[in-house]
Design a binder for this molecule. Structure first.
Ligand code: SAM
Length: 326
């Protein structure tokens, strides 16, 4: 019998995230024609989860769009623990745009890192699906690396490995063409929470010391200590999921401080209620209310208070330009 390790359980959270995204796409919250290619068994999620998926996607997409849309040289994106994230394909297909402007012209290269078990599956799906692989620049020259665990393309690279061995990952990213000088946005959506604060700090420190123009966008759970937070942790524990990164960064101020302590010029963290109330268009809120009825308003506000988006800038060139989710 195969024994399920704690790493298997962490990898399993990727299926959860992908199924949730497809649920939000199927109901019309989010536009993404590609995510269905990564799901075997679609499941409809509750209105609260769908709304949460939309707002998270909205916030991170907004940061990605603003970043790519900044003047200056072409830009890189590095998604840590990317799972079956489809953002690269949505950028290339023009689905993710900025006021109608294509963003793909400003993209130099999009890197994704996840456990090899995940990248291998992702690489296989990409190779099998014309609608995915045809979006890659110079698709016919894309190379397969390390027995199918890496995909090395002109503007897209999939790197399989363990983020806890960051020096190994970093050297493979460099081999795959990561440019230490170019403006670079790092993404971590529901990932740092699964590794220890020391392990995520090693990554942030390396970025701080080795790169010049960087941004970071992060999506995480917060507030482990109130009644709702404790309930969330209990639920996850019953599925053997441990949130190693939660206690060290329990509040918005801690999420900002982790960047400021390393000397990043700007760091802002807001919870999902703030994104909903302050940044979302009225038209989006109206549109969502027509998609599904949300009866459990109180529960929604509680859940939204337990997730945050943080964005931080460490750059001599663009630290002033980037201040808010739009
Ligand atoms: N970022 C994707 C998203 O938002 O849809 C996936 C999120 S999923 C909840 C967490 C992802 O982080 C999984 O794909 C998991 O394999 C990856 N991950 C967690 N710890 C990791 C590690 N030590 N090394 C590489 N990947 C890791």
């Amino acid at each position: 019998d195969e024994v399920e390790t704690s790493d298997d359980i962490v990898r399993g959270t990727n299926d959860d995230a992908t199924v949730s995204r497809l649920s939000a796409v199927s109901l019309g919250y989010v536009q993404d024609p590609f995510v269905k290619l990564f799901v075997k068994k679609p499941t409809r999620r509750s209105p609260i989860i769908n709304r949460g998926t939309f707002i998270r996607s909205y916030a991170i997409d907004s940061i990605v769009s603003q970043f790519l849309n900044m003047p200056g040289p072409k830009k890189q994106i590095v998604a840590l623990g990317a799972g079956f994230d489809t953002r690269y394909f949505n950028i290339k297909a023009g689905i993710l745009n900025h006021d109608g402007n294509a963003l793909s012209e400003n993209l130099s290269k999009y890197f994704e890192v996840d456990f090899s078990e995940i990248t291998m599956k992702k690489a296989m799906t990409i190779k099998r699906r014309k609608e995915l692989c045809s979006l890659m620049a110079k698709a016919d020259q894309t190379k397969i690396g390390r027995g199918g665990m890496d995909l090395l393309g002109e503007d897209y690279c999939l790197v399989g490995g363990d983020l806890r061995n960051w020096l190994d990952i970093a050297s493979r990213l460099l081999e795959a063409g990561l440019d230490l000088e170019l403006p670079t946005l790092f993404l971590s959506e529901c990932v740092f929470i699964y590794i220890t604060p020391e392990e995520s700090n090693t990554i942030l420190k390396w970025i701080t010391e080795n790169m010049k123009n960087t941004m970071f966008a992060l999506y995480e759970q917060i507030k482990p200590d109130d009644a709702f937070g404790k309930m969330m942790i209990r639920n996850l524990k019953s599925r053997n999921i441990e949130l190693k990164g939660l206690q060290a960064f329990p509040d918005l101020t801690h999420q900002e401080k982790r960047f400021k302590d390393l000397g990043w010029e700007n760091a802002t963290a807001v919870d999902m209620n703030t994104i909903h109330d302050k940044y979302l268009d009225r038209s989006d809120i109206l549109r969502m209310s027509k998609l599904e009825i949300l009866d459990e308003l109180e529960e929604w506000h509680l859940l939204a208070a337990h997730y945050c988006v943080a964005w931080a800038v460490h750059s001599t060139d663009f630290s002033q330009e980037f201040n808010a989710v739009q």
